[in-house]
Design a protein. Structure first.
Length: 282
């Protein structure tokens, strides 16, 4: 298997929203906010190549929305979606499969772009099958007041055209060495990826554990639909990862790409933190 990680862009969100009930005096020690209480997040995607498949996990914000939509996000840095793939040796036509962890705008918006007429959309990865959990698809299409700013029709509805949408019903090995597991706390049907690579299991945790600061069980986002389920799902993942020495890869941590886990008197915490390139060197 060939494996790579790249950062599409950095963006800003309210720090309080990212840490829910955790007091600012605590979370600000590990994620320093600016004068407006915003913190910087990364937006990473992982690319896995196995058995003739080139699999991209998540596609970032995209650029279909107007300047007002992006005004408070302060997009900066990163490589861009297509530019990041190009650096790794891939074009949009090379991607055979796109796996969406879920359909919030920052995870699926880059799968489509506006046509030259500015009214219709085109697929950025025209040869790719599109994989999302059935629960998440049905939840996102129905939409709800809590997530309506994240589930955008212009991002989601075009994905159903062309017969390439694959709805996943249960935890499974989607490709050789590439498995997905379905969760419900953050948003119903969130998937995270577990990838077998050189004798290690790489967990691309997505929004279940978006940053290293979110490893403690009670440190969760106010965006989570069912916080108690998030805690249960994190507890299950963290205990398995600790027991089997899995490597956690963070999609949104600006500074930390990967870590191992260790048991402390306060519970499971990040162990050694390191860059993804270290995994590839072994």
């Amino acid at each position: 298997m060939k494996l790579n990680l790249f950062n599409i862009t950095n963006f800003k969100v309210d720090g309080g929203a990212m840490f829910g009930v955790i007091p600012r005096v605590l979370w600000s020690r590990v994620c320093v906010p600016d004068e407006n209480n915003f913190i910087v997040l990364a937006l990473r995607s992982i690319v896995a190549e196995t058995d003739g498949h080139v699999i991209l996990v998540d596609t970032g914000w995209g650029d279909k929305q107007d300047a007002k939509f992006f005004r408070h996000l302060n997009l900066s840095g990163g490589e861009g979606l297509i530019e990041g793939l190009r650096r790794l040796g891939y074009s949009g036509n090379d991607i055979t499969d796109v796996v969406f962890t879920h359909l919030h705008a920052d995870h699926c918006g880059g799968a489509t772009r506006l046509s030259n007429d500015g009214r219709t959309t085109k697929m950025v990865f025209p040869n790719a099958a599109l994989h999302v959990s059935r629960v998440q698809w049905e939840w996102a299409v129905k939409n709800n007041p809590r997530e309506e700013d994240s589930f955008l029709e212009e991002n989601i509805l075009p994905l159903m055209h062309g017969g390439r949408l694959n709805l996943i019903d249960e935890d499974c090995e989607l490709f050789r060495g590439f498995s997905v597991r379905i969760c419900y706390g953050h948003t119903p049907g969130l998937m995270y990826a577990m990838i077998d690579y050189n004798g290690k299991t790489i967990v691309f945790a997505g929004d279940l554990i978006p940053t290293a600061a979110h490893v403690p069980l009670l440190w969760n986002m106010s965006y989570d639909i069912e916080t108690l389920r998030t805690i249960e799902e994190k507890n299950r993942l963290l205990n398995e990862a600790l027991d089997k020495n899995h490597i956690i890869v963070f999609q949104h941590d600006e500074l930390t790409e990967c870590c191992t886990l260790e048991m402390t008197p306060k519970g499971i915490r990040p162990g050694r933190k390191f860059s993804f390139s270290e995994i590839l060197r072994k």
